[in-house]
Design a protein around this ligand. Structure first.
Ligand code: ADP
Ligand code: MG
Length: 255
Protein backbone atom coordinates (compact mmCIF):
# COMPACT_ATOMS: atom_id res chain seq x y z
CA UNK A 1 0.00 0.00 0.00
CA UNK A 2 2.59 2.53 1.16
CA UNK A 3 6.30 2.30 0.68
CA UNK A 4 8.98 4.56 2.04
CA UNK A 5 12.30 4.13 0.31
CA UNK A 6 15.50 5.17 1.98
CA UNK A 7 14.37 8.58 3.18
CA UNK A 8 16.58 11.13 4.83
CA UNK A 9 15.49 14.44 6.24
CA UNK A 10 17.62 17.32 7.44
CA UNK A 11 16.54 20.61 8.95
CA UNK A 12 19.18 23.33 8.58
CA UNK A 13 21.87 20.71 8.00
CA UNK A 14 20.85 18.60 10.99
CA UNK A 15 19.83 15.11 9.96
CA UNK A 16 16.69 14.00 11.82
CA UNK A 17 15.68 11.01 9.65
CA UNK A 18 18.60 8.85 8.65
CA UNK A 19 17.75 6.33 5.96
CA UNK A 20 14.38 4.82 6.78
CA UNK A 21 12.78 2.10 4.64
CA UNK A 22 9.30 0.91 5.42
CA UNK A 23 6.53 -0.95 3.62
CA UNK A 24 3.00 -0.99 4.96
CA UNK A 25 0.71 -3.68 3.57
CA UNK A 26 -2.99 -3.22 2.87
CA UNK A 27 -4.99 -3.74 6.06
CA UNK A 28 -1.94 -3.60 8.29
CA UNK A 29 -1.84 -1.59 11.53
CA UNK A 30 1.69 -0.37 12.16
CA UNK A 31 2.37 1.19 15.55
CA UNK A 32 5.35 3.54 15.74
CA UNK A 33 6.90 4.24 19.10
CA UNK A 34 10.03 6.04 20.22
CA UNK A 35 11.34 8.82 22.43
CA UNK A 36 10.38 12.45 21.98
CA UNK A 37 12.46 14.10 19.26
CA UNK A 38 13.33 10.81 17.57
CA UNK A 39 11.70 11.90 14.29
CA UNK A 40 8.28 10.18 14.46
CA UNK A 41 6.21 13.23 13.47
CA UNK A 42 8.63 14.23 10.72
CA UNK A 43 8.46 10.67 9.38
CA UNK A 44 4.63 10.66 9.33
CA UNK A 45 4.50 14.11 7.76
CA UNK A 46 6.65 12.86 4.89
CA UNK A 47 4.30 9.93 4.36
CA UNK A 48 1.54 12.40 3.59
CA UNK A 49 3.62 14.91 1.67
CA UNK A 50 3.38 17.61 4.33
CA UNK A 51 7.16 17.53 4.38
CA UNK A 52 9.55 16.65 1.56
CA UNK A 53 12.43 14.34 2.44
CA UNK A 54 15.95 15.52 1.64
CA UNK A 55 16.47 12.15 -0.07
CA UNK A 56 14.29 9.16 -0.87
CA UNK A 57 10.69 8.76 -1.93
CA UNK A 58 7.24 7.76 -0.70
CA UNK A 59 5.12 5.52 -2.93
CA UNK A 60 1.40 4.95 -2.63
CA UNK A 61 0.40 1.79 -4.49
CA UNK A 62 3.66 2.07 -6.41
CA UNK A 63 3.26 5.72 -7.41
CA UNK A 64 5.38 8.53 -5.94
CA UNK A 65 3.27 10.95 -3.93
CA UNK A 66 6.11 13.51 -4.01
CA UNK A 67 7.47 13.53 -7.55
CA UNK A 68 6.29 13.11 -11.08
CA UNK A 69 8.59 11.86 -13.78
CA UNK A 70 9.31 14.17 -16.68
CA UNK A 71 11.50 12.40 -19.22
CA UNK A 72 13.95 10.71 -16.90
CA UNK A 73 13.87 13.43 -14.26
CA UNK A 74 11.92 13.54 -11.04
CA UNK A 75 10.11 16.84 -10.53
CA UNK A 76 8.37 17.74 -7.25
CA UNK A 77 4.61 17.60 -7.64
CA UNK A 78 2.62 20.82 -7.60
CA UNK A 79 0.40 21.73 -4.66
CA UNK A 80 -2.77 20.56 -6.44
CA UNK A 81 -1.38 17.06 -7.02
CA UNK A 82 0.02 16.94 -3.49
CA UNK A 83 -3.40 17.69 -2.05
CA UNK A 84 -4.86 14.81 -4.04
CA UNK A 85 -2.34 12.47 -2.42
CA UNK A 86 -2.89 14.03 1.00
CA UNK A 87 -6.54 13.05 0.63
CA UNK A 88 -5.53 9.45 -0.04
CA UNK A 89 -3.11 9.36 2.88
CA UNK A 90 -5.24 10.76 5.69
CA UNK A 91 -3.70 12.30 8.77
CA UNK A 92 -5.00 12.75 12.30
CA UNK A 93 -2.97 15.11 14.50
CA UNK A 94 -2.39 15.32 18.22
CA UNK A 95 -4.05 18.77 18.29
CA UNK A 96 -7.12 17.84 16.16
CA UNK A 97 -6.64 20.82 13.75
CA UNK A 98 -10.36 21.37 13.19
CA UNK A 99 -11.50 24.61 11.59
CA UNK A 100 -12.69 26.63 14.59
CA UNK A 101 -15.05 28.84 12.58
CA UNK A 102 -16.82 25.93 10.88
CA UNK A 103 -19.44 23.62 12.33
CA UNK A 104 -18.76 19.93 12.75
CA UNK A 105 -20.62 19.16 9.52
CA UNK A 106 -18.80 21.93 7.61
CA UNK A 107 -15.48 20.60 8.88
CA UNK A 108 -16.25 17.19 7.43
CA UNK A 109 -17.71 18.17 4.04
CA UNK A 110 -15.11 20.82 3.17
CA UNK A 111 -12.37 18.41 1.97
CA UNK A 112 -14.57 16.07 -0.08
CA UNK A 113 -16.22 19.05 -1.83
CA UNK A 114 -13.04 21.00 -2.47
CA UNK A 115 -10.53 18.24 -3.21
CA UNK A 116 -12.69 15.32 -4.30
CA UNK A 117 -15.31 17.49 -6.07
CA UNK A 118 -18.15 15.66 -4.34
CA UNK A 119 -21.46 17.54 -4.54
CA UNK A 120 -22.77 19.07 -1.33
CA UNK A 121 -25.75 16.76 -0.92
CA UNK A 122 -23.62 13.62 -1.23
CA UNK A 123 -20.95 15.09 1.05
CA UNK A 124 -23.55 15.81 3.74
CA UNK A 125 -25.02 12.31 3.57
CA UNK A 126 -21.58 10.79 3.92
CA UNK A 127 -20.67 13.17 6.77
CA UNK A 128 -23.82 12.16 8.63
CA UNK A 129 -22.99 8.50 8.17
CA UNK A 130 -19.47 9.12 9.54
CA UNK A 131 -20.79 11.13 12.49
CA UNK A 132 -23.02 8.18 13.34
CA UNK A 133 -20.00 5.91 13.09
CA UNK A 134 -17.94 7.95 15.57
CA UNK A 135 -20.99 8.32 17.83
CA UNK A 136 -21.46 12.06 17.39
CA UNK A 137 -24.49 12.42 15.13
CA UNK A 138 -26.03 14.88 17.60
CA UNK A 139 -23.04 17.27 17.30
CA UNK A 140 -23.58 17.91 13.58
CA UNK A 141 -24.25 21.65 13.93
CA UNK A 142 -22.01 22.47 16.88
CA UNK A 143 -18.73 24.35 16.69
CA UNK A 144 -15.54 22.56 17.77
CA UNK A 145 -15.04 24.73 20.88
CA UNK A 146 -18.30 23.34 22.30
CA UNK A 147 -16.91 19.79 22.21
CA UNK A 148 -14.56 17.90 24.51
CA UNK A 149 -11.09 16.98 23.24
CA UNK A 150 -12.17 13.38 22.78
CA UNK A 151 -15.17 14.46 20.72
CA UNK A 152 -13.02 16.85 18.65
CA UNK A 153 -10.59 14.06 17.88
CA UNK A 154 -13.43 11.74 16.82
CA UNK A 155 -14.63 14.53 14.50
CA UNK A 156 -11.10 14.86 13.14
CA UNK A 157 -11.14 11.11 12.42
CA UNK A 158 -14.53 11.41 10.69
CA UNK A 159 -13.15 14.30 8.64
CA UNK A 160 -10.13 12.23 7.57
CA UNK A 161 -12.40 9.30 6.66
CA UNK A 162 -14.65 11.54 4.55
CA UNK A 163 -11.79 11.79 2.04
CA UNK A 164 -11.93 8.01 1.60
CA UNK A 165 -8.24 7.59 2.33
CA UNK A 166 -6.36 4.44 1.39
CA UNK A 167 -4.34 4.70 4.57
CA UNK A 168 -4.72 6.75 7.74
CA UNK A 169 -1.80 8.16 9.74
CA UNK A 170 -2.24 9.11 13.39
CA UNK A 171 0.30 11.30 15.19
CA UNK A 172 -0.17 10.77 18.94
CA UNK A 173 -3.95 11.12 18.58
CA UNK A 174 -4.63 10.78 22.30
CA UNK A 175 -1.63 12.61 23.79
CA UNK A 176 -3.46 15.92 24.19
CA UNK A 177 -6.49 14.38 25.88
CA UNK A 178 -7.48 14.12 29.49
CA UNK A 179 -7.04 10.49 30.54
CA UNK A 180 -10.77 9.78 30.78
CA UNK A 181 -11.23 10.77 27.12
CA UNK A 182 -8.51 8.57 25.67
CA UNK A 183 -10.62 5.41 25.56
CA UNK A 184 -13.39 6.76 23.31
CA UNK A 185 -10.83 7.76 20.66
CA UNK A 186 -8.94 4.47 20.87
CA UNK A 187 -12.25 2.62 20.51
CA UNK A 188 -13.01 4.39 17.21
CA UNK A 189 -9.48 3.60 16.00
CA UNK A 190 -9.87 -0.02 17.02
CA UNK A 191 -13.13 -0.30 15.07
CA UNK A 192 -11.41 1.12 12.00
CA UNK A 193 -8.62 -1.40 12.33
CA UNK A 194 -11.15 -4.22 12.65
CA UNK A 195 -12.84 -3.04 9.47
CA UNK A 196 -9.52 -3.46 7.67
CA UNK A 197 -8.35 0.16 7.45
CA UNK A 198 -4.62 0.42 6.80
CA UNK A 199 -3.11 2.52 9.58
CA UNK A 200 0.20 3.88 10.86
CA UNK A 201 -0.16 5.10 14.43
CA UNK A 202 2.40 6.98 16.50
CA UNK A 203 1.30 6.41 20.08
CA UNK A 204 2.48 5.63 23.57
CA UNK A 205 -0.70 3.69 24.30
CA UNK A 206 0.90 0.29 24.68
CA UNK A 207 -2.43 -1.41 25.44
CA UNK A 208 -3.68 -0.28 22.04
CA UNK A 209 -0.39 -1.32 20.42
CA UNK A 210 -0.63 -4.79 21.92
CA UNK A 211 -4.30 -5.31 21.13
CA UNK A 212 -4.62 -3.68 17.71
CA UNK A 213 -1.10 -3.43 16.28
CA UNK A 214 0.13 -5.94 13.72
CA UNK A 215 3.64 -4.53 13.71
CA UNK A 216 5.62 -2.42 16.14
CA UNK A 217 8.33 -0.09 14.94
CA UNK A 218 10.72 1.53 17.36
CA UNK A 219 12.39 4.70 16.09
CA UNK A 220 15.29 6.33 17.86
CA UNK A 221 17.41 9.24 16.62
CA UNK A 222 15.98 9.02 13.14
CA UNK A 223 16.53 5.32 12.50
CA UNK A 224 14.35 2.24 12.85
CA UNK A 225 15.88 0.29 15.72
CA UNK A 226 13.35 -2.50 15.66
CA UNK A 227 10.56 -3.54 13.27
CA UNK A 228 8.71 -6.71 14.09
CA UNK A 229 5.33 -8.31 14.64
CA UNK A 230 3.36 -7.14 17.67
CA UNK A 231 3.25 -10.73 18.83
CA UNK A 232 7.01 -10.97 18.76
CA UNK A 233 7.47 -7.56 20.37
CA UNK A 234 5.16 -8.19 23.31
CA UNK A 235 5.35 -11.92 23.86
CA UNK A 236 8.89 -12.84 23.03
CA UNK A 237 11.06 -10.87 25.32
CA UNK A 238 13.98 -10.09 23.08
CA UNK A 239 13.76 -6.30 23.07
CA UNK A 240 17.06 -4.56 23.30
CA UNK A 241 18.02 -2.48 26.34
CA UNK A 242 17.24 0.81 24.63
CA UNK A 243 13.65 -0.29 24.02
CA UNK A 244 13.27 -1.78 27.49
CA UNK A 245 14.37 1.52 29.03
CA UNK A 246 11.88 3.41 26.84
CA UNK A 247 9.01 1.07 27.75
CA UNK A 248 9.86 1.47 31.43
CA UNK A 249 9.80 5.26 31.14
CA UNK A 250 6.42 5.43 29.46
CA UNK A 251 4.83 2.91 31.81
CA UNK A 252 6.00 5.04 34.78
CA UNK A 253 4.39 8.12 33.21
CA UNK A 254 1.01 6.48 32.68
CA UNK A 255 -1.62 8.02 34.92
P1 ADP B 1 9.05 13.27 17.50
O1 ADP B 1 7.74 13.38 16.80
O2 ADP B 1 9.58 11.88 17.53
O3 ADP B 1 9.02 13.87 18.86
P2 ADP B 1 9.94 15.21 15.53
O4 ADP B 1 9.79 14.55 14.20
O5 ADP B 1 8.90 16.17 15.92
O6 ADP B 1 10.13 14.09 16.66
O7 ADP B 1 11.32 15.96 15.58
C1 ADP B 1 12.55 15.33 15.27
C2 ADP B 1 13.66 16.36 15.29
O8 ADP B 1 13.50 17.25 14.21
C3 ADP B 1 13.67 17.22 16.54
O9 ADP B 1 15.00 17.45 16.91
C4 ADP B 1 13.00 18.48 16.10
O10 ADP B 1 13.43 19.58 16.84
C5 ADP B 1 13.43 18.59 14.65
N1 ADP B 1 12.44 19.28 13.79
C6 ADP B 1 11.19 18.85 13.51
N2 ADP B 1 10.56 19.70 12.68
C7 ADP B 1 11.42 20.73 12.45
C8 ADP B 1 11.38 21.93 11.66
N3 ADP B 1 10.29 22.25 10.94
N4 ADP B 1 12.47 22.71 11.66
C9 ADP B 1 13.57 22.38 12.35
N5 ADP B 1 13.69 21.27 13.12
C10 ADP B 1 12.66 20.45 13.15
MG1 MG C 1 5.89 14.00 17.43
Amino acid sequence: MLQVTNINKSFHGKEVIKGIDLSIQKGEVVVIIGPSGSGKSTFLRMMNALEFPTEGDVLLEGESILYRTVGNKKVPRKEKELSKFRAEVGMVFQGFHLFAHKTVLENIIEGPMRVRKVNKETAILEAERLLQKVGLADKRDQYPHALSGGQQQRIAIARALAMKPKILLFDEPTSALDPELVGEVLLVMKELANEGMTMAVVTHEMGFAREVGDRIIFIDQGVIVQDESAHHFFHINNNNDRIKRFLNTISRNVV
